[in-house]
Design a protein around this ligand. Structure first.
Ligand SMILES: Cc1cc2nc3c(=O)[nH]c(=O)nc-3n(C[C@H](O)[C@H](O)[C@H](O)COP(=O)(O)OP(=O)(O)OC[C@H]3O[C@@H](n4cnc5c(N)ncnc54)[C@H](O)[C@@H]3O)c2cc1C
Length: 486
């Protein structure tokens, strides 16, 4: 685009990490000479969406996500770009151990689990997590022949076929509920664990496929002559809190670009662009990026394209609650070593998981301080959102006392409710996304970003924001500019 091109106006709807990452990508384009003028509209009175951090007694509290998976590079790369690389902190994997609650017993996940697939004989044979009949079934799985491509199915259905129901109940279900706040019997294996589907088609046995992958990696390392270094930490966080990412982007955006407390009320496609309406008036843009929960995007787009609106509104979402308890470490001597525990749904408790924060990220809390981060809610437990803070505190404390024997009073409690915030990729999600992509492609100057599309984690949301910004930059080069009514 030449410097004589008219300035193109772009609106970003939603100031969560997806919208912010789109805004930062546009700002970089503007600094590089692209004639773009963008505005970000956020319904709430702060930026960040579900990402927020707080500090109490010197302890950084994560109100929602506490970290991101290190293997997905977009989040750490963004932090480096934003000048906050010195804040990156890897999880303390030397201490990594996760327990599954069975009755009142915390049983460690056996060594050698990869993507929920057992790959080490001895730890799998010795773990009390599974019965002997499940272990025999796991051994037999090694002989499964390659499978023909099948229809999409739930993660639970695929795991059951390979390893039996107990593996679903005690392993897959709590792990998925920990990551997605979701129900393994509903989540699509193609959308959530596509590698498993590929492995099944190629090898049949998932255990054999994992072992073959491990051998290939060892062989490649041997051939390259590299000494295998320690693997990177599984999770990365920001020492001062995940919110630093949000604040760092906000500080780099030109003043006047961000409009807080400004929910978008309606959106219309008008000749050569888009018109959006807020309580403060109507604005025209050449392009819009919707970085909103899919159910909000769906309701705004229904009048533009009913099929698209319905497809977006049909993406289910789950809610969750985080309860952070602060302690002195000497009150927590009864905790087993490790990062925390997951609670299978069949245990019929209200807590889904508990993270031992001081163990997961060494040096993140002041010396002598400990913190437990409890998750409640998840798929099918929305009634908990209406409990009072006192009620939620009592529920979490009862369970901590029952499971860990912890009765000491916490020095602080912080509760955060996240309604309809976690997209659930149900069976058929990929087909729904195909339909969404086809509809969006027919609407010039429209792009979508956020956790409903190609991954729910922070790095995936960052990536979708970047891609949405790049898509609209490409599209407006060929579209006539709208005349701004200001
Ligand atoms: C409890 C919980 C724990 C999580 N833990 C992790 C973790 O540890 N690691 C990880 O990688 N991921 C985690 N995630 C997932 C990840 O944090 C989210 O998927 C991601 O941050 C979502 O970003 P987003 O920008 O897509 O959406 P959001 O953060 O939901 O942002 C959407 C924004 O749109 C705004 N909005 C809504 N309606 C309107 C409107 N009409 N007009 C204008 N604005 C509007 C909202 O106010 C919001 O700010 C977790 C999620 C939850 C809920």
């Amino acid at each position: 685009m030449t410097s004589t091109s008219p300035t193109r106006r772009i609106a970003i709807l939603g100031g969560g990490i997806a919208g912010l990452s789109a805004a930062w990508t546009l700002e970089k384009a503007r600094r590089a000479g692209h004639p773009v003028d963008f505005r970000l509209y956020e319904a709430a009175d702060r930026l960040g969406g579900v990402i927020n951090s707080d500090t109490v007694d010197g302890c950084v509290i994560e109100c929602c996500p506490d970290s991101f998976p290190t293997e997905k590079p977009a989040a750490a790369a963004l932090c480096r770009e934003l000048g906050i690389a010195d804040q990156l902190l890897g999880s303390n994997d030397a201490e990594r151990k996760t327990y599954i609650l069975v009755g009142k017993r915390l049983i460690p996940l056996p060594d050698g689990l990869m993507f929920m697939v057992p790959t080490k004989l001895l730890p799998t044979a010795l773990t009390p997590l599974f019965s002997w009949s499940t272990k025999v079934r796991m051994a037999r799985e090694y002989l499964f022949p390659p499978a023909a491509a099948t229809e999409d199915e739930s993660v639970a259905a695929m795991t059951r076929r390979h390893f039996g129901q107990q593996t679903v109940d005690r392993l897959v279900s709590p792990l998925l509920s920990g990551v997605y706040g979701g129900d393994a019997t509903q989540l699509s294996v193609r959308a959530v664990l596509p590698r498993m589907v590929e492995m099944e088609q190629k090898y049949g046995s998932l255990s054999r496929a994992m072992l073959a992958g491990r051998r290939r990696m060892a062989e490649a390392a041997k051939q390259s002559g590299r000494k295998p270094g320690p693997p990177p930490s599984l999770f990365t966080t920001l020492r001062g809190g995940m919110r630093l990412m949000v604040d760092a982007i906000a500080a780099l955006l030109p003043s006047g670009t961000v409009h807080l407390s400004t929910p978008i009320q309606s959106l219309a496609q008008t000749s050569g662009g888009w018109t959006l309406e807020t309580a403060f008036g109507t604005e025209r843009f050449d392009a819009v990026i919707l970085a909103l929960p899919a159910w909000v995007a769906g309701s705004l787009l229904r009048s533009v394209d009913r099929t698209l609106g319905d497809a977006l509104s049909g993406v289910p979402y789950s809610s969750s609650i985080t309860v952070n308890f602060g302690y002195n470490l000497d009150q927590l001597t009864m905790l087993p070593p490790g990062f925390g525990y997951l609670v299978p749904a069949i245990e019929q408790r209200r807590m889904l998981a508990c993270t031992f924060v001081h163990a997961k990220f060494a040096g993140r809390l002041p010396p002598g301080k400990g913190m437990l981060r409890c998750f409640l809610g998840g798929a099918g437990n929305d009634q908990l959102l209406d409990e009072s803070d006192a009620g939620l505190t009592a529920i979490a404390q009862r369970e901590l006392s029952d499971v860990l024997g912890l009765s000491a009073p916490p020095s602080f409690v912080r509760i955060h409710r996240w309604r309809q915030s976690m997209a659930q990729y149900g069976v058929g999600h990929l087909e729904r996304m195909q339909q969404v992509r086809a509809s969006v492609a027919a609407l010039p100057g429209l792009a979508l970003a956020g956790n409903a599309y190609q991954g729910i984690g922070v790095p995936d949301c960052i990536r979708t924001g970047q891609e949405a910004a790049e898509t609209v930059l490409r599209s407006i080069q060929t579209e006539p500019a709208a005349v701004a009514k200001r």
